[in-house]
Design a protein around this ligand. Sequence first.
Ligand SMILES: [Zn+2]
Length: 324
Amino acid sequence: MGFADILGQAPAVETLRRALASGRLHHAYRFEGPPGVGKELAALAVAQTLVCETGGGEGCGRCGACRRAVTLATEEPRVPLHPDVVFVQRGLYRGILGAGGGEATGIGIEQIRRVVLDRVGFSPHEGRALVFIVRDADELTVQAANALLKTLEEPHAKTHFLLVTSRPTRLLDTIRSRTLPVRFGPLPDSVVTQILRKRGLDEAVAPLAQGSAALAIELAEPETKNERDEFVASARQAVAAPDLVPGLKFAESRPKDRDGVREQLAFLAQTLATDGRLLVEKDPTTAERRAREHALVLEAMDAVEKNVQPGLALEAMVVRLRQL
Ligand SMILES: [Zn+2]
């Protein structure tokens, strides 16, 4: 694991590599971008470079320090084995922080005090660098964020902060102004496909993953896949049936959960689009029909997003599909 494993994020990786090579790494960054696109991999690659025993321009990935930086303890809290690579994350130290560790509302001030502030005054255990990786940094409570400000403003020698967030606008302005942004974009479908292939997972879900490797991997889970296939089969059955009864059943049987229905509609739309593309030459009439069906499914997705109750949106969709 290292910079070479971060796919599809050339500008971000280049920025970090250059800063590391020139010895001008800022002491506090925030890595922002959608979930599951490599922000955390990048944070770990920076941490490896900073603690690597070879002291080269980039973590070697093979020495003990590099390996411990990216290997998590098997027991709670699941943090890197390297004592100078420190995770900060909501609820991570539940067992250690006691009553203050539940952190129902976000990363609490107790965690910042005990895990961060108690450490920053001291030199790193192994002498090279002390790296704090704040996961989902947007979950810092106001108190916790305020407790961090001074440290972010007046860096200690050899101490680095990497704040990782997919919701950068939720960070306090005072945190934003004290951190340097590195932006990570959604991954191109080709990269998502490559990641799925490497893991031996179903590549067909790549276009559904909105550029997120994490979401793609979740979508490729056999259980999720079965649910989607069942959804598409029921929708098609409902449209082809002689009356509306199967359509009503289909609409009623769906969970109320908006995200789930939206995701399944996205898959249905994808299926229709692929179908249509394959038929363009052989059967233009059916291809044209698939295009119109595709448009109706997109409208249903839109309705679900605009807060129409999922069941009603599905019912309306089936009715209109049957009229085509
Ligand atoms: Zn190394």
